[in-house]
Write a protein that binds this ligand. Structure first.
Ligand code: ADP
Length: 542
């Protein structure tokens, strides 16, 4: 027997319609690329997105066509996403921090036909334009007054181009499994791999993100998505915010401590999301110049492990709840969030911080397990590491063009490439990337745990741990440290600080001080480059 309910397809256009009808005057405030603060609302953004859809339709862009964006978080970037999905075309976010050759490779692989680009990134496009085989048109996200000189052919000015259409247009109808968006993972080895989101997966992802034990957004929230739309589907916020009717504050090109703190205070932001480095910059700014965060209620921190000192500072000094989260591009991207279950109610001080160092538990819609080398489930004891696997309606079933098939296992389990353990109450903690974990004498050492401890030292700005070959133990840890400006902690001082906080056999065999640690395009420590840099380095114990 079948249910007798309506098939109402889960299309992204329904979200922006809902926001425009139910929360028409909720604001979208942006720091524009041109400089000034720009204010609009859901009703106006929907109207302009309809014009954009109509204009794209007139360009001959339709169902399944890939439309690239290389842009900061602004209202115009949102209009692009909403207009593109509204006609069944596919938004393809490009990370401008990748090498230009990599961007060209990705654009050709995706066969992007049209590109929306911010003024900031036009030089990148000018440099790679001759390599872009499928690209037909470039629209610069600005108005006529700011339109630059350019050598590029088929260039249009966004506001003029948009003005050529009105909003008398209807969103297209199609199957909910139709592609909506595309994002390539950085791929530390080999070419980047394309993840293709569907309308259905985006909607279900935003619904799972909405749960009170996940992001728990409401129409009373004012959200500052600092995480760029080009990083892992913008953590889904472009759909989760309008679904909730939350106001949006878009930081544009400025994500430094001063700019972020200004937006947080002046726009009365209640909720924000970003990687740890952004929060480190903000906290360092506040430490130096003073200031409070009176309206900020909670922040989601993910993308890399959140240092204990960041969580502690936010909570103790500013009264802001930290929600540590884990996810990946392949998961739309939310996987787990560290909110407090009743089993852990009443924890305080260090015990609470210990819990908050975990990446948390999955909301409804994400299943997870940890398996050992023989593919058997590991016990949920909060200790036994293994490979973390996930499945759910917003988890990738394959990569674009079928690359990387080995990650997709039996019964839908996707191997995340992360190493983790799960505790008796279902809290997952990442201990490493599978390729970064240190294998010492047959046992595993978590580089993330060591890094988190090291950045707790008051003189340490950043820390990375890598495994170096060792004649007796296979691999032993080397701790690489960037000291804070003007500070000079010695090796003995750092080792003394770690002493007693980790098992003695986890203690780094050596500590080196450097000016900078290399980062990937999404702000993660580039362990491969670091291992390359220290190839041949001999540990005193070796
Ligand atoms: P990219 O691989 O393109 O840099 P992703 O966001 O897809 O971008 O990266 C996902 C990976 O980031 C995860 O598999 C995990 O290794 C790491 N990661 C994400 N969040 C956390 C976190 N809270 N703690 C530790 N690692 C994290």
């Amino acid at each position: 027997m079948q249910g007798l309910m309506q098939p109402w397809p889960l299309l992204c256009s329904k979200v922006i319609d809902h926001a425009a009808i139910q929360h028409p005057h909720r604001e979208i405030v942006s720091r524009s690329v041109e400089g000034p603060i720009h204010r609009t609302d859901y009703r106006t953004v929907r109207s302009r997105s309809l014009r954009l859809a109509k204009r794209l339709d007139r360009e001959g862009i339709g169902l399944g066509d890939r439309v690239a964006t290389m842009a900061w978080n602004t209202w115009r970037h949102l209009e692009c996403w909403y207009g593109i999905v509204g006609i069944g075309a596919v938004y393809h976010t490009l990370n401008p921090r990748l090498f230009p050759e990599q961007i060209a490779w990705i654009m050709n692989d995706a066969e992007d036909r049209l590109l929306f680009v911010d003024l900031t990134f036009l030089p990148i496009v000018e440099a790679i334009a001759p390599q872009l085989a499928s690209l037909e048109k470039i629209v610069v996200l600005t108005d006529a007054a700011h339109m630059p000189e350019s050598s590029l052919a088929n260039l249009a000015c966004y506001e003029d181009w948009l003005a050529e259409a009105d909003d008398d247009f209807a969103w297209k109808a199609f199957d909910e499994n139709t592609a909506a968006g595309m994002c390539y993972t950085s791929g530390t080895t080999g070419h980047p791999k394309g993840v293709v989101y569907s309308h259905r997966s985006n909607i279900l992802h935003s619904m799972l993100a909405q749960q009170p034990d996940a992001m728990g957004l409401s129409s009373r929230d004012v959200v500052l998505p600092i995480v760029p739309l080009f990083h892992a589907n913008g953590w889904g916020l472009a759909f989760t915010c309008p679904m909730a009717g939350a106001a949006m504050v878009m930081p544009g090109p400025k994500m430094d401590g001063a700019s972020v703190s200004e937006m947080l205070v002046s726009e009365k932001v209640t909720f924000s999301a970003a990687v740890p480095t952004v929060w480190l910059m903000l906290l360092q700014h506040l430490e130096k110049h003073g200031g409070a965060l009176p309206d900020l209620n909670r922040v989601v921190i993910g993308g890399s492990a959140c240092p204990r000192a960041v969580t502690q500072k936010f909570q103790d000094d500013y009264g802001v709840q930290v929600i540590h989260a884990w996810g990946m591009t392949e998961m739309s991207p939310l996987g787990t969030l560290c909110t407090i279950k009743p089993e852990y109610a009443g924890l305080e001080g260090d015990a609470l911080l210990d819990l908050e160092m975990k990446q948390g538990h999955p909301p409804f819609g994400v299943e997870m397990k940890v398996t050992d080398d023989s593919d058997a489930d590991t016990p949920w004891d909060g200790r036994t590491f293994g490979r973390l696997k996930v499945r759910g309606p917003s988890v990738a079933a394959s990569y674009y063009k079928g690359t990387g098939a080995e990650a997709f296992g039996a019964e839908g389990w996707f191997d995340t490439g992360d190493v983790a353990h799960i505790d008796p109450h279902g809290y997952m903690q990442i201990t490493d990337r599978a390729k970064d974990v240190i294998k010492s004498g047959g046992e595993w050492i978590s580089t993330i745990d060591l890094e988190n401890l090291a950045v707790g030292h008051p003189d340490v700005a950043e820390a990375a741990v890598i495994g170096l070959p060792h004649p007796r133990w296979d691999e032993r840890p080397l701790l690489v440290i960037v000291p804070k400006e003007g500070r000079d902690p010695g090796k003995a001082e750092i080792l003394g600080f770690l002493e007693g906080k980790v098992a003695s056999w986890w203690m780094p065999d050596d500590v080196v001080f450097v000016e900078a640690i290399p980062h990937t395009a999404t702000g993660k420590i580039q362990k491969m480059a670091l291992r390359e840099q220290f190839r041949g380095y001999s540990l005193p114990s070796a």
